[in-house]
Design a binder for this molecule. Sequence first.
Ligand code: BGC
Length: 453
Amino acid sequence: MGFREDFAWGAATASYQIEGGVQEDGKGRDIWSVFCEQENRVFDGHNGDIACDHYHKMKEDVKLMADMGLKAYRFSVSWTRILPEGTGSINQKGIDFYNALIDELRLHQIEPYMTLFHWDYPYELQRKGGWLNDSSVDWFEEYARVIAENFSDRVKYFFTINEPQIFIGLGFVNGIFAPGYRCGKREFFQMAHNVLKAHGAAVKVLRQCGKQKVFIGFAPCGSMNFPATERPEDVEAARKSIFAVPDKLEDLAASVAWWSDPVFLGAYPKEGLEKFAAYLPEITKEDMDLIHQPLDFIGQNVYNGKEVEKGGDQGFHLTSMKTGYPKTGFNWPITPSCLYWGPKFLYERYQKPIYITENGLSCPDVVSQDGQVHDPNRIDFLSRYLKELKRAAENGVDIAGYFQWSLMDNFEWASGYHERFGLIYIDYETQKRIPKDSFQWYSRIIKENGINL
Ligand code: BGC
């Protein structure tokens, strides 16, 4: 017992975070590169202009993936590299880059998992209102068609959208991510509805224009809460808390159910429809049918959760954090059991195989005197989390794969290069790659299919 034989052992990245080459070979402007030009937006004025220079070092990076023994690689396409204005004319050089990446992966028997959208939205489309504009659904559909036509002969696995919770919640509700806006409830619900419709339109077009049978999911996130004890009332409390519909806009934007219920169940949570009735756009049956396209799996990014017990008005109560609780470099709590309970609750509710599309931590990694990067905290974290994921698999949850975040250190959005999440250390001065100890450790776990976790 343990992980299935064909388990997709992977690592993940995203275009703007690693590629660099933001103005090269005809790439159009995206909202993150514009955001980085503004003062006091990103830590120390960092930007993704060069990032890990993956645009030029792609072959070297794929070779490292192969050395590690990765079976799967999740990456995102930069929309404006292939459609510089977001719609309209295609930039062949951008297509060529992703074709070369896909071919290189396949040459090394690494399965490509492509994410269509990981936040680097076309600036030209943002100028037209972005997700607030109802045409954003058609724009995304056009982009998805270009993807299907050019890549689906060799790419079988797709994720439409990464973490709507974060790019809408942080980009448009509290404004700390690009494009840095602060919207009200009405605009939030309009954008959220358009994002979900765009997801549905992309799924349809990927299936219609796919050159082979394709497998598609969605990659949201959310706090994967877990019970304080295994008593049934605490388990029920944790389950309720994961799918609750909070009152505050910021919390609602980060919720699981507002985004995943429409996609997997075909309906917004009833409680939310009642609570926010005054601010909702028109929601038709056709919209819900479009959003509720059949999917092949759930993709879920999981970093942590909160401990929950029975109590409170809504039937659950978040317990207070223990003094001196373990935390990552980013000060995020370390809560391994979220990778058991989260997948279990998601599987019960949505009944689809699950890929953990991201999981990992940032550490203050340094190059030691021996020239190596020793990261015992990362190994300890990953081993604790993966044990819990394995427990879920052994308890009947259909876990199809796991993507560690991240293959390499990279541009951590508003935190710039301050946080290091990689299995591979990047020296940004020289662009030298140094596999960390966790790289070797993960390589062994993959080889053994997690048996000795
Ligand atoms: C995102 C990644 C990000 C990671 C760590 C996720 O929210 O999808 O782009 O780097 O978490 O913050």
